[in-house]
Design a binder for this molecule. Structure first.
Ligand code: GLC
Length: 418
């Protein structure tokens, strides 16, 4: 059944579609926002593919093909693909997120960043395969295997089962107060926030994004709870896909690695006092002290112990923390750093309070998997309400439901999949 929301979602994904030609192939993808984010983004495209898979399996597969084509020899799939060589793309690319050498010159587009984003690719491939995209399983599986093996081999530098990000832009939740402490921001002000979030990227660039050097020399890397929860969920999807393709050894490896992720999150990142998970910063794994949406994200893991599921779920009913009138805020309401808008003193700083439909999507499906349908239905209903009232936006104010952030924003279309 198609609803009015489905029609709006499909129309937006269509309107934000761009094409690019490379080596005789044509790529099609949806940009997150034509005005604010006019490139192909990794986790945005995974979400777009999930929504496309409801309408058009081939278009959904195409959304991911651009990402697969951008895979690096080591297995990394970068967080942004700049398909065009125009000035805006060049400036963005030079803006710290690229490697400094060993890269193809810009006139041979596409160029990519040297960073990752939350690894939601296997979940997206599974949805596209389920939707019936012909031959896509065989096409995507070798890429998926290389990608998740890259994460396990190069990102888990201390071998504890959790992977590390080397800048907060890799978490997908850039500027979240979850990172303030680790980067030395005590009183968040635009100038210090901007300078201190960019400093780790400058160090990364000086190290030419060499992960060994970064892990050995610097302290700004983090074991991020959201990234690891999505990683664990992705490994389970990879295991199912590999099983379907008769690749038993890959399926066993992915299952074993996923088991380790859940065990490590519970042993190392669970905070009994607050009843939330916390990020672990630097080589000494300092625990973040701010209650942010990261802390709830392990709900996406099917093997999370039930007593932990219950404590996390309790937060969604708690009006002091995450039980906002329009759930789920990206920062707990009782945190001094919580803001309703995507702006701090007039400057754009996102993920410091407003709700986003991609994190709602993860949580709704996670809650359903644990049998908490009541709360899941409530979050889904409120999500539809904010979209019906305010359109498909990047963020919404969790106190009033007012749309904030970029308009006509791609992953808000996940609202049809709750
Ligand atoms: C912002 C978000 C990131 C997203 C990107 C494009 O940087 O924090 O998660 O991928 O915009 O939409």
């Amino acid at each position: 059944m198609t609803t009015g929301l489905d029609e709006s979602a499909r129309a937006l994904l269509e309107a934000n579609t761009q094409t690019a030609d490379l080596d005789g192939r044509r790529f099609r993808f949806t940009v997150p926002s034509v005005r604010d984010y006019p490139f192909q983004w990794f986790w945005d495209s995974c979400f777009h593919a999930i929504v496309w898979s409801r309408y058009d399996a081939e278009r959904a597969a195409d959304e991911l093909r651009g990402l697969l084509a951008a895979q690096e020899p080591d297995g990394l799939i970068p967080h942004v693909v700049f398909w065009k060589g125009d000035l805006v793309s060049r400036l963005q690319w030079h803006h710290l997120e690229s490697r400094t050498s060993g890269r193809i010159p810009f006139h041979r587009a596409p160029h990519t960043t040297a960073q990752m984003q939350p690894p939601v690719l296997a979940q997206a491939v599974e949805r596209v395969v389920d939707a019936g995209a012909d031959g896509f399983l065989a096409e995507a599986l070798p890429h998926l295997e290389r990608y998740y093996r890259y994460l396990a081999a190069f990102r888990d530098h201390d071998g504890d089962g959790l992977i590390s990000i080397v800048s907060q832009f890799e978490s997908g939740l850039d500027f979240s107060p979850a990172y303030d402490d680790a980067i030395g921001v005590r009183r968040p002000r635009p100038a210090s926030l901007l300078a201190r979030t960019r400093l780790p990227q400058l160090r990364n660039k000086l190290a030419n994004y060499d992960l060994d050097t970064i892990f050995r020399r610097f302290r700004h890397h983090q074991e991020d709870v959201l990234v690891n929860a999505v990683y664990g969920q992705g490994l389970r999807a990879l295991a199912r896909l590999a099983g379907r393709a008769g690749r038993e050894a890959v399926a066993r490896w992915a299952t074993r690695t996923a088991d380790q992720v859940t065990t490590a999150l519970v042993e190392r990142a669970w905070d009994e006092r607050t009843g939330l998970f916390v990020n672990l910063a630097g080589p000494d794994e300092r625990r973040a002290s701010v209650k942010t949406i990261h802390g709830l994200m392990p709900l996406v893991l099917p093997d999370l112990p039930p007593e932990i599921v219950d404590r996390l779920t309790a937060h969604l009913d708690d009006p002091r923390t995450f039980g906002a009138p329009f759930p789920v805020p990206s920062v707990a309401l009782d945190e001094p750093t919580f803001i309703r808008d995507h702006r701090l003193h007039g400057f754009r700083f996102i993920w410091r309070g407003p709700l986003s439909l991609n994190t709602n999507w993860f949580l709704v499906h996670g809650l359903r998997g644990h049998g908490h349908d009541g709360i899941a239905d409530r979050i889904a209903a409120r999500s539809r309400e904010v979209v019906e009232r305010g359109g498909l936006n990047e963020f919404y104010d969790p106190l009033s439901g007012r749309p904030v952030g970029a308009e006509r924003f791609g992953w808000a279309t996940l609202v049809v999949d709750l």
